[in-house]
Design a protein around this ligand. Sequence first.
Ligand code: NAP
Length: 236
Amino acid sequence: MSILLLGGSSEATQLAKALGPQAVLSLAGVTKKPVATPHRTGGFGGVEGLLQYLSAENIVAIIDATHPFAAQMSRHAAAAAAQTGLPLLRLERPSWPPTASWRMAPDLASAAAALPAGARAFLTVGSRSLTPFLARTDFWCLTRAIEPPRQCPPGQLLIQRPPFTLEGEIALLKTHKISHLVSKNAGGAATSAKLEAARLLGVEVIMVQRPPLPAAPTVDSIAGAVTWVAQIKGKT
Ligand code: NAP
């Protein structure tokens, strides 16, 4: 009887360590060298595949600790929990609080459209979210990603893994004469220095808002998730 822990975030890695063998950590398999060692890797095959997995592995609860922008997996987990009656918890780090100067974009396409011609953009949306930016050739991009993208907008590619420091982010923005920063509202301390660097240097921030997700009990800390697991185990 195990708990399925859907990973893909640093919090999932920490929670996997905290829970030990009672949790089965599952990763999508998009990162070649993940920080955590998963127990299984790769998609389940949609909601149907997930339902089969839950039954075959005798799963008693699901923790969705995917990245806040991994909406499809979160929606599949919510659907599977609703169909099976299994308890579902979402572990989600808080969003960065918006500031008045940010330009909010509801999705990546709107963020790409918001960049003015001639902009020098620092693009930090991840290697698999670049498609809307590829259609534009009228701005220069410093694209930063953990995994090399298949295709990049015109400009320069930087392969780097967080955490990033304020000093490093300021130097990067200055060196590349960045006019706009494009970011998803991922939240968390590991990648937030770019926002402070942009504020200090007067760089315009285009912030992609989180996708809507089905309602689910949610905690924002490892300790909260560990407590929830103890409660679930007490009931099974
Ligand atoms: P997604 O759109 O929500 O999911 C796409 C498909 O990938 C899912 O339908 C599922 O395939 C599979 N999948 C996703 N997470 C999985 C997991 N933990 N275990 C097993 N299968 C999983 O996700 P995404 O945006 O492509 O992100 C892929 C992974 O990278 C996620 O684990 C996410 O947490 C991580 N990540 C995403 C972002 C981002 O900005 N989107 C940033 C950092 C990390 P099936 O339908 O076949 O089950």
